[in-house]
Design a protein around this ligand. Structure first.
Ligand code: SF4
Length: 402
């Protein structure tokens, strides 16, 4: 069962609203100098991010306060969200990531693979509840026919042409390309031409091959992840970007991961957002094998969100909190640590729930808007690509992320 730092400590850090100069004055000189550079718009170095990821006490208060000021300066008071549904169409997977509690072997009693009719039924239900997006990811199923991903996509787009399909992680793209004997440009181009709107930048965890060897030695390696993502960007398929923190990684790993994201974005401009994802340890092999020490939620999350806001400044504007991983209250407070996006309504999120997350699977539009408004911020429904959704439900053109 996950636990939190004392709420009064979390709130004292997140809700501090002293003038930024005053909190900076209490910070250690090196932290103060780094935050001043970030506030002035100077890009931070990797070792500065690493230092910020180790802050506590007054230094952490200053970090979070600086991130909030930068968020307000760069993207204003709006907090966006998307009405979407996750569809995890199969939990059968042979990859065996040590941090994953979602996967099943095909012979296990609760293994499932949805047929097309089930997937289409879920899409229809989502649209009936106002969804503009479905997000589809699943296990890496050895029984999958080579063109399954394409065929699911084609069926959805034929029935629901206006729906944005955000689907297929780099791991799934790697597997799909391998099964069809296509190279990445051909495979991604085929999916794009059949209506794939964007790709989740998941399967990233920490982009360091030594860490990945511990987490999952069969997982897509760093070079391939970057190849798939940059190929998608070059083909005009945007992606999100993520990091998974709170397991075996060090602050240095996270800082270098952020640097890689920033360098990719400077080259391709294809990331729509950055999503830090806290590791849910409860039901995982990594935890049961004693390879991770569980950490309380709260201060570590504020620290990482704030560092991401500052380090990615000028490269990735949209920083998404995760109510699924953090729970509603901490997600709310993360809006004061640099976040400007609340993610999606979801309706189904099996992956975090299986690992032990307890925030539920669905947060309604009304509830998301109330959570945002209670923080003194302005809720704005968006499309997947950060266009606005008009009150009549029609989608406006997305802004250019170039
Ligand atoms: S994270 Fe994905 S690839 Fe890894 S075991 Fe779980 S479902 Fe399979």
């Amino acid at each position: 069962m996950s636990w939190f730092d004392p709420w009064e400590q979390i709130e004292a850090v997140a809700l501090n609203d002293e003038p930024v100069d005053r909190v900076l004055a209490r910070a250690a000189p090196a932290v103060r100098a780094t935050l001043a550079r970030a506030l002035s718009g100077t890009a931070l170095a990797v070792d500065e991010a690493e230092m910020l990821l180790g802050t506590d006490g007054d230094d952490l208060v200053a970090l979070v306060r600086a991130a909030d000021v930068v968020r307000e300066t760069d993207v204003g008071d709006a907090v966006t969200y998307v009405v979407n549904r996750n569809i995890n169409f199969t939990n059968v997977c042979f990859v065996n990531c040590q941090f994953c509690a979602f996967k099943r072997q095909r012979w296990e009693e609760d293994a499932y693979t949805h047929g097309l009719d089930v997937v289409l039924g879920k899409v229809e239900e989502a649209i009936g509840r106002g969804a503009t997006e479905v997000c589809m990811q699943g296990g890496i199923n050895p029984d999958m026919a080579p063109f399954t991903y394409r065929d699911i996509l084609v069926e959805i787009k034929q029935r629901f042409p206006a729906l944005h399909v955000h689907a297929f992680s780099p791991m799934e793209i790697m597997y799909g390309a391998r099964r069809t004997n296509m190279d990445y440009p051909a495979y991604i181009g085929m999916l794009r031409d059949r209506g794939l709107g964007s790709i989740p930048g998941t399967a990233a965890e920490i982009l360091d091959d030594e860490v990945r060897e511990i987490l999952s030695h069969k997982k897509v390696d760093v070079r391939t992840w970057v190849d798939i993502i940059t190929t998608a960007h070059r083909l005009g398929v945007p992606t999100t970007s993520t990091v998974m923190y709170g397991h075996v990684e060090t602050a240095g790993h996270v800082a270098r991961h952020l640097d890689l994201m920033r360098r990719i974005q400077e080259e391709t401009h294809g990331f729509t957002e950055f999503v830090p994802l806290g590791f849910i340890w409860e039901n995982t092999k990594l935890y049961h094998d004693g390879k991770v020490t569980p950490q309380p939620k709260g201060l570590r999350d504020l620290r990482i969100y704030a560092t991401c806001r500052l380090f990615l400044r000028g490269a990735i504007d949209n920083l998404q909190t995760s109510w699924v991983k953090l729970g509603h209250r901490l997600a709310q407070l993360s809006l004061r640590a640099g976040c400007n996006d609340f993610g999606g309504t979801l309706m189904e999120e099996s992956i975090s729930r299986e690992a032990g997350a307890d925030a539920g699977e669905y947060t309604s539009v009304e509830e998301i808007e109330a959570l945002i408004t209670a923080m003194g911020r302005r809720p704005v429904q968006r499309t997947t690509l950060y266009g606005r959704v008009a009150p009549n439900g029609h989608t406006a053109a997305a802004p250019q992320h170039a």
